[in-house]
Design a protein around this ligand. Structure first.
Ligand code: ASP
Length: 651
């Protein structure tokens, strides 16, 4: 293979003395050839990042089996080495002219070369000026060599879509997949730069072959050749990082591979990467400060976006009662919910719920629609089978009313005169607005969302589809911290939980500290009321990460295991390494983990103005069923393997 003299993206830097020529050899992938005549062809050659340079190929009558003829045998997409003369691009005056005369006017090119050299250019401007500079150049072909012919049975048209089984072809076809990996790489670099720079963070790798402990999620088990002995892959490096704090590594971070054998919901991966952080002599505020700085810098350098220097904070209870979600999307133009039961007549309440003495919340959806359009919209929304689950609620379905100034009491007669007056007071209600009522029990909120919260997001996206609400702005970011989660929750039947017998599971994980001394007291009286020092970072309705201040006293940690979660002795023994480490003078500490792919997908969605999934920012993602369709993993175990690992399949 001829050695290259230049990369394609380096060609604008080649010194072409007074518009002359320079011999170059480049490597790249051949594009689609365009034959202007038998004697003259143009073909782009591009690199993996799709920087492309035009090759001009002229028939040389003295060399009838020369490069021009070779070029015609090489299929597009073939990797090639091209030798030729780099020169300013000439513009053809007319089609099919004699090649000797066609190349007359060099395009202005020095200017654009200058632009490429501009320092501190932002990446997008840089890419644009590079493309422009390359357009000002061409290579007159002297020799071309195929480095591995591209087969004729792989057909690539601009519309071809390749399946996940052919991930390599997806990469070749879809430029944005390569860009996503570039973004991933640059976001990681920004984060490393921030944390390494003077903040005293140490990047530490923790093992992937771990052991099974009951942290919360279901683990993947790795059998060993020792009978009945298995490793488990870590669901997070939580215990390792806490042990690092006890080991006097003050500030730790890692891009940690995590594995969770969970039922795969949309956009989840069984194997993913977290930016994992832990800080000693620190509380939640210190972690929040450090993370805000990192996020600000990532947004500034990746998107040129300036986020507020501190993010708003709301408690879990506020988030759930204002937005019906523990990860509210603050971009949605639907006002926070208002409690309205005191205003409503009893007979209206009894029509929307079978509950006695319920709490009724209302949200106003400011549709940009006439009352008739609003009626048609909401009727088809409620009738759609896709939305059936939103109405399936033992506490009663939603009561939906449309503001219509042509109707008595604007369409709200059922509310009664006084209630309508109060509702209208101070609210800018327009024709076509919806008021959605939803009843619930007067009881502490739990879980990730309420029925009204689910309606908020579903009605919003349906209204956007119909053009009744404006779509989200990809450059609009509304970060917030959700804090003060209940320390414990009823166990989720889909997760193994912490394996205690108390009928309780930790909301975050069993290492999270109660928030205040009062919450410590509540552990004895009513643990379900205790608040944890736990914080989630939410951006545009997505939980980007979560963390907490940890229990750093061994006795307290053991108390939570034994007396609150009611783990048996065997389970507690699984954590003996952690208890031992806490006992050895472990300082107070706190930390967080951010879903690295979620972060990158959010940046990419903004750049591409299109929702990007976790799969789009992972080189080799797993399918919705947790399979790698290209590698065909997981694969069956042979008799041989079963024997080696002392395993037997149950009938
Ligand atoms: N280990 C936790 C998780 O994976 C994050 C943390 O508390 O730092 O969710």
């Amino acid at each position: 293979m001829p050695q290259k003299t230049n990369r394609i993206d380096g060609l604008p830097q080649v010194n072409l003395l007074s518009g002359g020529e320079e011999k170059v050899v480049i490597h790249g992938y051949l594009g689609a050839r365009h034959d202007l005549s038998k004697n003259l062809s143009f073909v782009p050659v591009m690199d993996n990042k799709r920087h492309q340079i035009q090759i001009v190929s002229l028939h040389n009558s003295e060399k009838p089996r020369g490069a021009h003829e070779n070029l015609r045998y090489i299929r597009p997409n073939t990797p090639v080495a091209v030798r030729g003369l780099l020169r300013p691009r000439m513009v053809a005056k007319a089609k099919n002219k004699d090649p000797g005369n066609q190349a007359e006017r060099p395009e202005k090119q020095n200017e654009s070369q200058g632009e490429v050299n501009a320092e501190n250019a932002n990446p997008e401007n840089w890419a644009e000026s590079l493309a422009k500079a390359l357009k000002g150049l061409e290579i007159v072909l002297q020799d071309i060599q195929s480095l591995n012919d591209f087969p004729s049975d792989i057909v690539m048209t601009p519309d071809t879509k390749f399946p996940p089984e052919q991930r390599h072809l997806q990469f070749i076809m879809e430029g944005n997949l390569v860009q996503a990996l570039e973004t991933r790489n640059s976001v990681a670099r920004i984060i490393r730069g921030m944390l390494n720079k003077g903040s005293g963070f140490l990047e530490v790798e923790t093992p992937l072959l771990f052991k099974s402990t009951s942290e919360g999620a279901r683990e993947f088990i790795v059998p060993t050749r020792k009978k009945n002995m298995a490793y488990a892959l870590p669901q997070s490096p939580q215990q390792f990082k806490q042990i690092l704090m006890a080991s006097r590594i003050n500030n730790y971070y890692q891009f940690a591979k995590c594995f969770r054998d969970e039922d795969l919901r949309a956009d989840r991966q069984p194997e993913f990467t977290q930016l994992d952080i832990e800080m000693s002599f620190a509380n939640g505020d210190n972690v929040i400060d450090a993370v805000e700085k990192v996020i600000l810098q990532v947004w500034r350098l990746s998107l040129g976006t300036k986020l507020p220097s501190t993010f708003p904070r709301i408690t879990y209870d506020q988030a759930m009662s204002m937005y019906g979600s523990d990860k509210p999307d603050l971009r949605i133009p639907i006002s926070p919910f208002a409690r309205i039961d005191v205003l409503l007549p009893a007979d209206l309440i009894s029509k929307i719920t079978p509950l006695k003495d319920p709490l009724v919340e209302a949200m106003i959806v400011p549709l940009d629609a006439s009352p008739d359009e609003a009626r048609a919209f909401i009727t088809s929304f409620l009738d759609s089978t896709e939305n059936k689950h939103l109405l399936d609620n033992p506490d009663g379905g939603p009561g939906i009313f449309i503001y219509d100034s042509s109707k008595p009491l604007q369409g709200f007669s059922a509310f009664g005169f006084e209630a309508v007056e109060q509702i209208e007071n101070g609210l800018d209600l327009q024709d076509g607005c919806l008021i959605v009522l939803q009843a619930r029990k007067k009881a502490p909120l739990s879980g990730g969302s309420t029925p009204l919260g689910n309606l908020r997001t579903s009605i919003h996206s349906a209204a956007v589809d119909q053009g009744y609400l404006s779509p989200v702005d990809w450059k609009d970011f509304r970060p917030l911290w959700v804090t003060d989660f209940p320390l414990f929750k009823p166990p989720d039947s889909t997760e193994p939980g912490q394996g205690g017998n108390a009928g309780l599971a930790s909301t975050h994980h069993p290492f999270t500290s109660p928030k205040t001394p009062e919450d410590v007291d509540l552990l004895l009286k009513d643990p379900t009321k205790a608040i944890g020092d736990h914080y989630d970072l939410v951006i545009n309705g997505e939980e980007i990460g979560g963390g907490s201040r940890r229990i750093h006293h061994a006795a307290m940690q053991e108390f939570v295991f034994r007396d609150i979660l009611k783990m048996n002795e065997e389970r507690i023994a699984e954590f003996s390494h952690l208890l031992e480490a806490l006992r050895a003078g472990c300082p107070p500490h706190a930390g967080i983990a951010l879903g690295f792919e979620r972060l990158v997908a959010m940046i990419r969605s903004s750049k591409d103005k299109k929702k990007r999934s976790l799969r789009d920012v992972i080189a080799f993602p797993k399918s919705g069923k947790g399979e790698d369709l290209m590698m065909k993993s997981p694969g069956p175990m042979s008799e041989e393997v079963l024997k080696t690992y002392h395993l037997k399949l149950r009938e």
